[in-house]
Design a protein around this ligand. Structure first.
Ligand SMILES: [Zn+2]
Length: 329
């Protein structure tokens, strides 16, 4: 079998899980999700072409630089956008547990797993957290970059302040409900508060290895180890400044981050979190892959690097699926 045939076959068998995209915002705007678009990186035709089984759609109501007002009303509008998209036709389904994802694979559907990016969405109220859970949300990034009612983000990079007292309650309630805690965007103090208090595996949905690229959005080796000790997964991210100190992106560089995390913690803690539709790269920065339709190249790249078939499958989605099953059922 030629190496490309092997890659294609493996890619088509695998459950492919992308830990982060920001596509709900363009979905709420001009993008027709059911059509192949020239703009952006994610729509249903491109997810299908890329073989994606499950895509985490992050819902955020962050206003960079400003305090978010009317968060709940803004969130409800995003839910409406998403649910109207689901109702438009076949091929696109909601996943709230591992079985939903397996079923999507069996049916050839693309499934959406909902997360919140930035805990200001819950306006300091556990009642809202629970209502979002009832609407299908199964993960939450506690902050975006700036501080909120729950925790400090990477804007407070060196602050010793981590979770607030309310933030500890949020983590407990997420554990009780079966929601995955996402530590991407947290400052280090908040990370350690989560690592020490979260009773379930947690994820960094879109972050890389700090050792290879010392950026505040990446995780240091001790953090990677602590996340792995809890059974979590890091979704390696395609944003050029998070990949390389010179801000250069490439497929090879992404696989370097996989290698680092796998070498330190084990391959079972590596996943993919593209952050598609969440960044615009500088013109000369290069790219990992152009959009969701090209996910197959990741499989080719990992095989070429020497990963075994089962390892490739675990990175493509098996590892995130394990965390979903453990936390959300
Ligand atoms: Zn983000």
């Amino acid at each position: 079998m030629s190496s490309n045939t092997r890659a294609t076959q493996l890619h088509s068998e695998a459950i492919i899980f992308d830990g982060h995209c920001d596509t709900i915002l363009p979905m709420a705007g001009k993008r027709d999700f059911r059509q192949r678009n020239q703009q952006g990186q994610v729509d249903l035709p491109r997810l299908q072409e890329g073989g994606i089984t499950c895509q985490i759609f992050a819902m955020g109501v962050i206003d960079p630089g400003k305090r978010t007002t009317n968060a709940a009303a803004k969130m409800l509008r995003l839910f409406d956008t998403f649910y109207r998209e689901l109702e438009r036709g076949e091929g696109f389904v909601l996943a709230t547990c591992a079985e939903d994802i397996r079923q999507a694979k069996a049916n050839g559907d693309v499934s959406a797993f909902l997360s919140i990016e930035g805990g200001e969405a819950i306006q300091g109220q556990l009642e809202l957290l629970r209502m979002y859970y009832r609407l299908g949300v199964r993960a939450m990034g506690l902050t975006w970059n700036h501080p909120n009612e729950i925790a400090n983000g990477v804007d407070e990079e060196h602050s010793p302040q981590g979770l607030t007292p309310f933030g500890f309650e949020v983590v407990n309630e997420m554990n009780r409900l079966g929601m995955i805690v996402d530590v991407s965007h947290l400052n280090e103090a908040s990370f350690w508060d989560v690592a020490q208090n979260c009773s379930a595996p947690f994820i960094a949905s879109h972050s890389n290895a700090y050792t290879l690229c010392p950026h505040r959005r990446n995780l240091k080796d001790e953090q990677l180890q602590a996340l792995a000790d809890k059974g979590g997964v890091v979704g390696v991210v395609f944003v050029p400044p998070f990949m390389d100190p010179k801000g250069k992106a490439s497929l090879g560089r992404l696989i370097d981050h996989m290698d680092h995390i796998a070498g330190l913690c084990g391959v079972e803690h590596v996943g993919i979190g593209s952050d598609f539709d969440g960044f615009t790269a500088a013109p000369d920065s290069g790219e990992v892959i152009p959009d969701a339709s090209s996910f197959g190249r990741l499989t080719e790249g990992m095989l070429a690097r020497g990963y075994k078939d089962e390892e490739v499958k675990s990175i493509l989605g098996g590892n995130f699926l394990r965390v979903v099953e453990k936390v959300a059922g």
